[in-house]
Design a binder for this molecule. Structure first.
Ligand SMILES: Cc1cc2nc3c(=O)[nH]c(=O)nc-3n(C[C@H](O)[C@H](O)[C@H](O)COP(=O)(O)OP(=O)(O)OC[C@H]3O[C@@H](n4cnc5c(N)ncnc54)[C@H](O)[C@@H]3O)c2cc1C
Length: 148
C-alpha cells in the first residue's frame, strides 16, 4: 500500500460525497469530538443542531476541525481534514437566505435530520427542540489516500 497526498479538489470531492464527519471543538482548552452530519457547499460545511455543549463551546471559540473519510478497506481509503471557523446562522433577517439554504441542503437526504434534530434526554432532562443552523468556513484542507 502507498499513502499519497490528495489534491485540494479531490479532498473537496470527498467532503461533497460523504455525509458523516467528525467535528472537533475546544472547550476550556480541552479538545472534544463528536460525529456529525454535514453538507458541503461553496467552501463551507453546513449542519444543524439543538443547543448543547458543542454549540456553547463553538460560540466561545469558533476555531474547529472536521474530519471526513471513506474507508473501503485497510489499503483503500481517503480522509480529509479541515481547519475552519464556526459561524452560526441566527434567525434574523440578515441570515434568512443562508438559513433557507442550510435548511434545503440536508433535505436531499432526509435521514440526516434524525440525529441533529431529535428528542434528546440527558441526565433525565429533555432538551428544548430549538433548531440551530451553522456552517464551518474552510480555511485549510488536507487529504490523504491509501492506494493498494
Ligand atoms: C451518524 C450521526 C450523525 C449525527 N449528526 C448530527 C447532526 O447533524 N447534528 C447534531 O447536532 N448532532 C448530530 N449527531 C449527534 C452528535 O454526535 C452529538 O451527540 C449531539 O450533537 C450532542 O452534542 P452536544 O455537544 O449537544 O452534547 P451534550 O448533550 O451537550 O453533551 C456533551 C458531552 O456528551 C458527550 N457526547 C456528546 N455526544 C456524544 C456522542 N455522539 N458520543 C459519545 N459521547 C457524546 C461528550 O462527552 C460531550 O462532552 C450525530 C450522531 C451520529 C452518530
Amino acid at each position: 500500500m502507498l499513502i499519497e497526498t490528495m489534491t485540494r479538489q479531490a479532498s473537496i470531492a470527498l467532503l461533497d460525497r460523504t455525509r458523516l464527519a467528525r467535528l472537533a471543538y475546544v472547550r476550556d482548552g480541552q479538545p472534544h469530538i463528536v460525529p456529525m452530519s454535514f453538507a458541503y457547499d461553496a467552501e463551507c460545511l453546513y449542519s444543524f443542531s439543538t443547543l448543547g455543549e458543542k454549540i456553547v463551546s463553538m460560540r466561545a471559540n469558533p476555531r474547529v476541525c472536521v474530519e471526513a473519510d471513506e474507508l473501503i478497506n485497510v489499503e483503500k481509503w481517503e480522509t480529509a481534514i479541515v481547519q475552519g471557523r464556526y459561524e452560526e446562522l441566527p434567525d434574523t433577517p440578515r441570515y434568512d437566505a443562508d438559513r433557507r439554504h442550510a435548511h434545503t441542503l440536508p433535505q436531499r437526504r432526509p435521514v440526516w435530520w434524525e440525529p441533529g434534530y431529535v428528542k434528546t434526554i440527558i441526565d433525565g432532562k429533555e432538551r428544548p427542540l430549538e433548531l440551530l443552523y451553522f456552517r464551518v468556513h474552510i480555511d485549510r484542507i488536507s487529504g490523504r489516500r491509501g492506494v493498494p
